[in-house]
Ligand binder design. Structure first.
Ligand SMILES: Nc1ncnc2c1ncn2[C@@H]1O[C@H](COP(=O)(O)OP(=O)(O)O)[C@@H](O)[C@H]1O
Ligand SMILES: [Mg+2]
Length: 503
């Protein structure tokens, strides 16, 4: 079979040479035959090796042998010679190893190749074999023979958004680099994220990239639950609600997020929309060490927490609420499958077993070679991200050191303070001079703060702002949320009007 393929590729070139030689003999000139030969060779459909890289005889022999030893040849029930091995089309070199493009025919399916992946890895003496299918054509599979781990050698890579003064959660968030050195980014609106991995795998670092984006988007609300109480603590001043290892406080935070979600739905109803659109306010619920809230405390507390979280995740999408959950154990006792199935993006950092990796990514991925337990312990932050594409992407998250988080958190506090003056408890003494230096000249805020109202009369503000103002003046003690409920708007809008009035 291999010999036939080679003959098919060699024949056009052989013919072209024959034509050229004939012309040379007949005309006695070398130029015209050479041009003819060149054109024929280039235009011939079978001349793959000239126009793009194909495989060598060694590649073909290896593939044939590997198939024979991995059960990809004459499977059970087939007559001798009835089912030749899947056909090798092309071999490409990628950063992680060789990618074999294979065509399936004679009853072979991608599943057969996936099942053979461990045996292929042994035959090739590789670190592993990953099999991916082309969603547009199931008769084509790509078999990656993984020789090296290009991510292991990378040091902590700086986050590209580290120096930016202001971000938007509607924009794609760069979260890491893949094996070919390309930046991997995720669009979070209308999505939830699950991060799983053993202790020290890099969950909190990866989560902090999303948290930083949210906090530097001043029109986003954020609620945080931190089972350890230290990983997210620096962001607390930007939060609408924050709880450490305390079940009652955590429940209060979830109730607050639910109130925001209901207010968002009320606003959507009032404006005749069915879901948030580009530019609308988004909310972010971040939970680190989810197991603490779900597995400890009384049965009643656990049940209450589970129910509140399930409701937020189930109804949050259209209201603009994004949930980012991090856990060491993504099993069903920590995150019930009714919740897990609603999480679109799965990021499996290094796990201890293939089963744990599958619990995070979904059943069957480890068998196809996407197994987070094979990630080296030294490659912290490396994981498999199943997001937009159909296949998980092996990538390493950008690294945010504690000092970076501190700078970003201070910048977010200043930004919010400057725009709304409603930051709860700004961190330390941070002058705008410090900030200008840290952002390398990038402006902290895009424009001047809104001017205070000059005129308290009927011309002041929009009709909604006047309504809010009247409500605040009628009952100054009422909370922003209460006023927002009465007027039928978002509590942040009330906060802004109150701030203007106070000035
Ligand atoms: N992307 C990364 N690049 C380099 N080092 C990382 C990366 N992510 C994590 N680390 C290292 O791993 C340590 C543990 O990360 P952390 O996010 O706290 O793990 P987890 O939350 O999974 O327990 C960090 O302190 C850091 O030294
Ligand atoms: Mg952590």
């Amino acid at each position: 079979m291999t010999a036939l393929i080679h003959l098919a590729f060699a024949l056009p070139r052989f013919c072209a040479l024959l034509v050229a030689f004939g012309c040379l003999v007949l005309t006695g000139h070398a130029t015209i035959p050479l041009v003819i030969a060149g054109l024929v060779v280039l235009s011939w459909p079978g001349t793959y090796s000239i126009t793009r890289r194909t495989f060598t005889g060694r590649d073909a022999r290896q593939w044939a042998d590997a198939c024979r030893h991995s059960g990809l040849y004459q499977p059970e029930g087939a007559q001798r010679g009835e089912r030749p091995a899947p056909r090798l089309l092309r071999v490409e070199q990628a950063a992680a190893g060789r990618v074999l493009h294979v065509a399936l025919s004679h009853g072979w399916t991608a599943e057969h190749v996936e099942r053979a992946a461990p045996a292929l890895a042994t035959w090739y003496r590789a670190r592993g074999v990953s099999v991916s299918t082309d969603p547009a054509d199931v008769s084509r599979v790509q078999v990656l023979i993984r020789d090296t781990d290009p991510l292991a050698g990378l040091g902590g890579r700086a986050w590209p958004n580290l120096k930016l003064a202001r971000l938007s959660l509607w924009e794609p968030v760069p979260v890491g680099v893949d094996e070919d050195g390309r930046v991997v980014d995720v669009v979070l609106a209308e999505r939830n994220v699950l991060l799983a991995g053993e202790p020290g795998a890099g969950k909190s670092v990866a989560q902090s990239l999303i948290v930083a984006t949210d906090c530097l988007d001043p029109y986003c609300s954020v609620w945080m639950l931190d089972g350890k109480g230290v990983d997210l603590a620096m962001w607390e001043p930007c939060c609408n609600g924050f709880a450490g290892a305390n079940h009652d406080q955590a429940m209060a935070v979830l109730r607050d997020a639910a109130a925001w979600m209901d207010a968002s739905y009320a606003e959507l109803r009032a404006t005749g929309k069915r879901k948030v659109a580009l530019g609308d306010e988004l909310g972010l619920l971040v939970i680190d060490e989810l197991a603490f809230y779900v597995n400890t405390g009384t049965k009643k507390q656990q049940a209450g927490f589970n129910e509140a979280l399930r409701d937020l995740i189930a109804r949050g999408r259209a209201a603009g609420l994004i949930s980012v959950l991090a856990t060491q154990k993504p099993s069903s006792d920590v995150i019930p499958s009714s919740i897990r199935d609603l999480v679109a993006y799965r990021w499996a950092l290094r796990c201890t077993t293939p089963e744990a990796s599958d619990t995070a990514l979904g059943r069957g991925w480890a068998a196809r070679g996407y197994d987070a337990s094979t990630i080296s312990t030294s490659a912290r932050g490396t994981g498999l991200l199943l997001a937009e594409g159909a296949m998980p992407v092996r990538c390493r998250s950008f690294y945010l050191a504690d000092e970076d988080v501190e700078v970003l958190a201070q910048r977010a506090v200043l930004l919010r303070e400057h725009l709304f003056g409603d930051v709860r408890d700004p961190v330390g003494e941070v002058g705008s001079g410090d900030l200008a230096e840290s952002t390398e000249g990038a402006p902290l805020v895009p424009g001047p703060a809104p001017p205070p109202p000059q005129d308290a009369g009927r011309d002041w503000g929009t009709p909604l702002q006047r309504k809010i103002r009247a409500e605040i003046e009628r009952e100054p003690e009422a909370s922003n949320r209460e006023v927002a409920r009465r007027v039928g708007c978002d509590h942040k809008t009330v906060g802004r009007v109150r701030h203007q009035l106070e000035q």
